[in-house]
Ligand binder design. Sequence first.
Ligand code: NAP
Length: 275
Amino acid sequence: MSGTELAAEIVRTTADRAAEFERRTGTKPCLATVLVGDDPASVTYVKMKRNRCAKAGITSHHVPLPEETTTEQLVATIRELSADPTVHGILLQHPVPAHIDERAAFEAIAAEKDVDGVTMHSFAAMAFKEKGFASCTPGGIMRLLDAYDVDPSGKHAVVIGRSPILGKPAAMLLLARDATVTVCHSRTKDLPSIVRTADIVVAAVGRAEFVRGDWLKPGAVVIDAGYNEGNVGDVAFDEALPHASLITPVPGGVGPTTIALLLEQTVTAAFATLG
Ligand code: NAP
């Protein structure tokens, strides 16, 4: 399953919509990117997101903050962005330094600007099938399934990982589409035998080549959301290939769709301000 191709398609449509927004309002859609500290991976991710914004006709307003920023300072900065009418979407790059209460910072993002889908409001919207922004990586996973005509309805989906930005929202979105969902985590017993019952496997663990080929049921659809050192996913790709009917590569699978969704949702947030 090519996330690169799907993302290019989403970005093309998004760029057209961004241009339409600019024609109508005289301004481009605007994403505020907040980065605390200088973790090299986070710096690279934010740079990539801002580059993609520029290519799609979205302005990015970058707010770099020092490592020693307190929770109170970060919350105040995000509240200002939430109240700023020139900002349509807010991205707080995850993870923030350990001394900061990340949840408090996320919750300072106004629901209508939560284009990365990280607030409790957005999570509840995903869980209750209400209007709201999807968490970008899980949202991208659902778009990949749709693009390859995989209907989750009635299928057994096994999600490995339960993080607030990936495993849990992915499980909620699959449940909302009528999959029967099992969520596995570090305390799960006999994971391979659970994975062997899955029609759809979502690997969101953060351990290189953790899911082995012989864990997969023949014909399973395998979504590898992992991204580990050396460009390696959470699934042993070569082993999985003969068992899976569809599989996402790493890189070029889930990663590009995540950024595409961020851009798409930023433009959607901008249009929503027009009423
Ligand atoms: P995380 O917060 O570290 O969560 C990892 C999850 O895996 C946890 O729920 C943990 O269980 C579970 N886990 C750990 N060891 C396990 C084991 N032995 N068996 C079963 N479950 C186990 O990581 P994350 O932020 O969700 O990210 C996961 C992966 O996705 C990483 O490789 C990350 O780089 C990648 N990622 C990719 C994108 C993208 O855009 N493509 C975006 C975000 C993340 P507990 O809850 O019990 O600890």
